[in-house]
Design a protein around this ligand. Structure first.
Ligand code: PLP
Length: 373
């Protein structure tokens, strides 16, 4: 089935008991055993499994082209589960410009794991960081907030050559635009908080495995079940509902972002636009090859430094000053002040999540906020 059809039907069929077309929500934390002590419906306790979570996991695995999925209560919980599945002494290579929360987990939340942060978007950057003990290569492309592009196929080949596994954070691209498992990655991670849910009202995450007997994924599943960082049945229901419209939302996000990026690229108050859809973007060629669209995220560097960038955020009327991304409403944020001390993000950088408003209204808002330049 094609992506749009899967998005509507995966993980869901009309209820055989009631005929309800929209799925029911099962808040029950526990499930009845049969007289012989078995679990006839396959559920025991909601931390281990729940009908809403299973429906969501099946849908996410199907959309990403994977064999199995484990849903978590946030993208960061999903990310942490992958790292916790490693063993002491394992070496991990992660991008220098990984999502700052992911970098913080690798730096502060793990014991006995050796981490190298490398420039994975640069040719040879990964190869130079690999060691015989490298067990995992973490990819994130496009990166946050500079939208740098890593060649997934090339990174997979280099990692597999030394026996390392590859996990790709596909949050910014979504499975509609980028297919890391088809390009050889072993695991895909998402913050479902973003485009997959798409409405800015649920925190969630997922780990998806390419192979049904991936041992790293088996450990992730054990951590999910025993650690319990699982999404509530209602949150699973909401994300599943969001998935139904994912391809149509994503196409509109991409179209709007392209219009806004072109406008910003020609504005005298804008020093630089980071959007992989622009031919001037250093990762444009790779993005055009490995993505089916360039996404709804972009960053700009404003002429005049931090103060001027903050002035722009103060003047917007339609964009909302807030972090996060992937919802229907457009957001703008001064990224360095969100990332805090130690950030390498330029002080004049604003990150924009382009929503589903009419692009002309978004352009008009940015035009008045940027002023004459
Ligand atoms: N990965 C990426 C690329 C993100 O942008 C984020 C959040 O912004 C996360 C992971 C973490 O997700 P969550 O906020 O759902 O924990």
């Amino acid at each position: 089935m094609r992506f749009e059809t899967l998005a509507v039907h995966a993980g869901h069929a009309p209820d055989p008991v009631t005929g309800a077309v929209a799925p029911a929500i099962y808040p029950s934390t526990t499930f009845e055993r049969a007289p012989d002590g078995t679990y006839p419906h396959g559920y025991l306790y909601t931390r281990h499994g729940n009908p809403n979570r299973r429906a969501l996991e099946n849908a996410l695995a199907a959309l990403e082209g994977g064999a199995a999925a484990a849903a978590f209560s946030s993208g960061s919980a999903a990310t942490l589960a992958v790292f916790q599945a490693l063993r002491p002494g394992d070496h991990v290579v992660a991008p220098v410009d990984a999502y700052h929360g992911t970098a913080a987990l690798l730096r502060d939340a793990l014991w006995g794991i050796d981490v190298t942060f490398a420039d994975l978007a640069a040719p040879g950057g990964l190869e130079a960081a690999l060691r015989p003990t490298t067990r995992l290569v973490w990819l994130e492309t496009p990166s946050n907030p500079l939208l740098r592009i890593t060649d997934i196929r090339r990174a997979v080949d280099a990692a597999h050559a030394v026996g390392a596994r590859v996990a790709c954070d596909n949050t910014w691209a979504t499975p509609l635009l980028q297919r890391p498992l088809d390009l050889g990655a072993d695991l895909v991670v998402h913050s479902t908080t973003k485009y997959l849910n798409g409405h800015g009202d649920v925190l969630g995450g997922v780990v998806i495995a390419r192979s049904p007997d991936d041992e790293l994924f088996a450990a992730v599943r054990r951590i999910q079940s025993s650690g319990g960082a699982v999404p509530s049945p209602f949150d699973c229901w909401l994300v599943l509902r969001g998935l139904r419209t994912l391809p149509y939302r994503m196409r509109a996000h991409c179209e709007n972002a392209a219009v806004v990026a072109r406008f910003l690229a020609s504005h005298p108050a804008v020093e630089r636009v980071h959007y992989p859809g622009l031919e001037t973007h250093p990762g444009h060629e790779i993005a055009a090859r490995q993505m089916a669209g360039f996404g709804g995220m972009l960053s700009i560097q404003v002429q005049g430094g931090r103060e001027r960038a903050l002035e722009v955020t103060a003047r917007v009327r339609l964009f909302t000053r807030a972090t996060s991304l992937g919802g229907v409403e457009s957001l703008i944020e001064h990224r360095a002040s969100i990332e805090g001390p130690g950030t390498t993000t330029p002080e004049n950088l604003l990150r924009l999540s382009i929503g589903l408003e009419h692009p002309d209204d978004l352009v008009a808002d940015l035009e008045q906020a940027l002023g004459a330049g």
